[in-house]
Write a protein of this length. Structure first.
Length: 332
């Protein structure tokens, strides 16, 4: 039997989100969409009622496909699982505590057909636990381009503000290692390097929920620093595979450096530069010729001197984050 492929495959990774899952699913299946779509929910061994909620929802909605991981593989692999199962022309990712705005699929697929872009990037809304919304209008003018450096800043994180051609998601490096942090950067970077035509649009199509209970909200700075070594190793593999130019690589390293300086300053304790974790991180940066001795020395100094780390955060973010870190430490 010849089954028609859906226009869009929507992938949701699910782990202990029983409070939010129905809201997410309702936002998708209530879409007024003239095309066809499928939803692939990858349950990453949830220990709450999430899987049962998915199965109950599937009874009334045949377009929902459930994939079960028997043990927790982490979000990067869960996304890869969903992409391998998907059959659509285009791929979207939605976090299970977020939701789509009405008519999002119609707008996005229409733009896909109109532009034939490999990737379409759109604006979004942030909403916190009090229902207060912030419109993140980082894209203020529609643009179609093949210049990857021109749009790279929109690819430092978040797979969910993009819709991409299915062919771009095949044979990817980013889903080979199971991680729950900074995996967005790996996915978005690899997608950008594989893409030829990129389209930015000004419409907001998505609501990002600032969930204080999420995995990323509860990650400690020390844990984040531990994972950055893996991230750097994966970035090296990705940039080698697609022959990324040095300015492109340097932009990623600068983005990671900012986050690492902030994580160092937020750490509960500061350990000297002889600590194995710090040395491993510095050695991971040494994989890149773009990292000069001067940059590496600054990172080493920040790891061994909290005042110097505060100074580096001040240079990159201003005084407000520094004061916030100091106040939190005083309260402890």
């Amino acid at each position: 039997m010849n089954v028609t492929k859906p226009n869009i495959s929507i992938i949701i990774t699910v782990y202990n989100v029983e409070k939010f899952l129905v809201r997410c699913l309702d936002s998708i299946f209530s879409q007024q969409f003239s095309g066809s779509f499928e939803v692939i929910a990858v349950d990453d061994a949830s220990v709450d009622n999430s899987l049962n909620i998915l199965k109950e929802y599937q009874e009334k909605e045949a377009r929902l496909i459930i994939v079960e991981h028997k043990f927790n593989k982490k979000v990067s692999i869960a996304r890869e699982t969903g992409m391998k199962v998907s059959r659509g022309e285009y791929i979207m990712h939605i976090d299970s505590d977020d939701w789509l705005l009405s008519n999002a699929l119609e707008k996005l697929y229409k733009k896909c057909i109109e532009t034939d872009a490999d990737v379409i990037v759109f604006n979004y809304i942030k909403e916190n636990n009090f229902g207060i919304r912030t419109y993140v209008n980082s894209i203020n003018k529609e643009l179609i381009t093949t210049n990857k450096l021109q749009v790279q800043k929109y690819f430092y994180s978040t797979p969910w503000n993009k819709i991409v051609k299915k062919k771009l998601t095949e044979n990817m490096i980013c889903g080979e290692v199971g991680i729950n942090m900074t995996e967005d950067l790996l996915y978005a970077t690899e997608i950008l390097l594989k893409a030829e035509k990129i389209c930015l649009i000004t419409e907001s199509c998505y609501v990002y929920f600032e969930n204080i209970e999420s995995l990323t909200s509860n990650i400690k700075p020390v844990q984040l620093l531990e994972i950055q070594k893996i991230i750097l190793q994966q970035i090296k593999l990705i940039t080698l595979k697609y022959d990324a130019p040095s300015p492109f690589i340097n932009n990623i390293l600068s983005y990671l450096e900012k986050g690492i300086y902030l994580a160092i300053s937020q750490s509960i304790f500061f350990i000297n530069s002889e600590n194995k974790q710090n040395n491993d991180l510095i050695n991971a940066f040494r994989l890149f010729p773009e990292m000069t001795d001067k940059r590496l020395n600054k990172l080493s100094m920040a790891m061994s001197n909290k005042y110097y780390s505060f100074f580096q955060v001040f240079l990159r973010f201003g005084i407000k984050p520094v004061l916030g870190i100091i106040l939190r430490r005083i309260r402890k």
